[in-house]
Design a protein around this ligand. Sequence first.
Ligand code: HEC
Ligand code: HEC
Length: 243
Amino acid sequence: MKKSLAIAIALALAPTIALAGAPAPKKEGIEGKGYVWNAQEGEKIEALHKKGDAKAGQEAYEVCGACHLPSGAGRPDGTFPQLAGQHTTVVIKQMADIRAGLRDNPTMYPFAQTLTDAQELADVASYIEKLCIPTDHGKYEGADAALQVSKGKELYEKQCLECHGKNGEGNKEKFFPVIAGQHYKYLLRQMTEIRDGHRRNANPDMVKVIKPYTNDQLVAISAYQSSLKMPGSMCKESKGKKK
Ligand code: HEC
Ligand code: HEC
């Protein structure tokens, strides 16, 4: 697909639907026998070993910006996740998993499919990581927000902090995603999908932790996560400004 055409299609699609085309492959993942989380193989290792050039990545990111916005902010309604500031390792792993059929993403699949060059993937990941994290993302908006956030904080600090960090900073070397600045509705959807076994590239240790969570607990913990801020990585004033 030519880049200009890809951008036009992405812009037209962004509001709602999936593109009809070659269906994504489907790998069993988390519920299957012999699933090895984050197996170091294929194009992922190739991209992880390249040095990303953020400048070159800016151009490759144009098509992504149609859905994730040029600032990387995504949408508060949770359809498109916030990407800015995400670890390069996480972006590369998620892209490789989506391409390999380990994580369903029918809306984005056609675009993930066009990004086949390991260097280009490393470049775009490096561009995304350098973007500051917008602070006007979607938060929990119920009247009981303060209560939900405090219930969520207790759960988070007990069971999630060891991997996702005190401020939602994740862990680059271990492929643990940044959570700070993420939209409440996207967090809730991912948490539910991971608990229910539908996000097939999930980390088995995390699945064990959230399997017993009730829907109410997922609401509280998502409310808390969307309140997290990573010192030094958040945007200063209006979204999209670089650090
Ligand atoms: C047509 C819209 C669309 C386009 C274009 C698009 N994405 Fe996405 N992307 C999505 C959607 C929708 C999701 C969330 C899927 C889900 O809910 O699991 C997503 C998820 C992601 C994720 C996972 C985020 C996370 O927190 O786990 C990454 C990384 C990502 N996109 C990177 C990119 C990159 C890089 C490009 C450009 C090459 C791109 N996207 C282009 C729609 C799009
Ligand atoms: C053992 C480490 C570990 C623990 C414990 C853990 N997680 Fe995770 N989490 C991960 C990894 C790794 C991923 C990315 C999964 C993948 O796609 O490979 C992830 C993904 C997520 C995502 C999706 C992020 C995105 O951008 O799509 C959310 C939300 C999340 N975790 C929240 C939590 C919460 C809340 C807890 C505590 C109840 C928790 N995690 C416990 C390792 C962990």
